[in-house]
Design a protein around this ligand. Structure first.
Ligand code: ZN
Length: 264
């Protein structure tokens, strides 16, 4: 009886050991039918700084309200480094790059330029087709060539509307100095788009003549929501980093808005 029990236990153990590797390996490779179905599902990309199509010598400065380019150079995060093998895979899938190393980068640039030339204004849509994206939300100051609805949906920047006063006390680091200058530039642009030549003297007039008409203009142009940058919201979120002498001001109104929209 004891022998039979031991034999049964041994058989059970053997069965478990035999089955385990099979189930483990079957988890590694997904069911091809399910994968085929999953790959048919189109994505919604909900936060991008997608560039517009530009002509020769033209530059796209509207891809972000607060671009990081002029800041002090810092080391790129791991995923953004050129040696990341995902870049190679992307080049192969997008442009037909046939090499297994990035040494032929100049050929890749030529291939990309060829596609851009062939596709012209359809190039951004061609890229998102390749990526399996149906709709792309574009966090941009303004939309531009090739970024057309319904595939590309505008998310304008509205943090500039929250800083109409003197921002000198907030610009306490070189980075913030640059960011607040950009916000002031953007607010001036919004004012000129409304043909408002001087800043209204009181808040009610500012809201009526600048804030509301800007939001209405953006909505009319297809904007689905506003974007607030954490780069200028951060001082409100981290009060310790804020200049003490600035005290509680009209910026305090913006604090809650920033906290609510910190994810953008
Ligand atoms: Zn962003």
């Amino acid at each position: 009886m004891r022998f039979r029990t031991s034999l049964l236990c041994f058989c059970l153990l053997l069965a478990v050991l035999l089955v385990l590797p099979i189930s483990a390996s079957s988890q590694i490779s997904p069911d091809p039918q399910i994968m085929a179905e999953v790959n048919q599902i189109k994505a919604v990309e909900n936060h991008t700084h997608v560039p517009k199509v530009v002509g020769p010598g033209e530059k796209d400065d509207d891809f972000d309200a607060l671009p990081r380019d002029p800041l002090e150079p810092t080391e790129a995060p791991l995923m953004a480094r050129p040696e990341n093998p995902k870049f190679l895979e992307a080049w192969q899938k997008l442009y037909g790059y046939t090499y297994s190393d990035p040494a032929h980068f100049h050929e890749l640039v030529a291939m990309k330029q060829q596609v851009q030339k062939e596709q012209e204004d359809n190039y951004p849509a061609w890229v998102i087709d390749k990526l399996g994206i149906e709709y792309m939300l574009a966090n941009r100051v303004a939309m531009g060539r090739g970024l057309n609805p319904p595939r590309f949906i505008w998310v304008p920047f509205d943090d500039a509307l929250m800083v109409p006063l003197n921002n000198h006390a907030m610009a306490d680091t070189p980075d913030r100095k640059f960011f607040y200058q950009r916000e002031e530039m953007l607010l001036k642009r919004y004012l000129s788009e409304l043909n408002v030549s001087t800043m209204p003297a009181i808040l009610d007039n500012y809201v009526a003549q600048v804030t509301t008409p800007t939001l209405e203009r953006q909505k009319k142009a297809g904007a689905v929501r506003s974007s607030l940058s954490r780069r200028t919201c951060d001082p409100w979120i981290s009060p310790n980093r804020r200049s003490k002498k600035h005290g509680r001001s009209s910026h305090a109104m913006s604090k809650e808005a920033c906290r609510a929209r910190r994810s953008t």
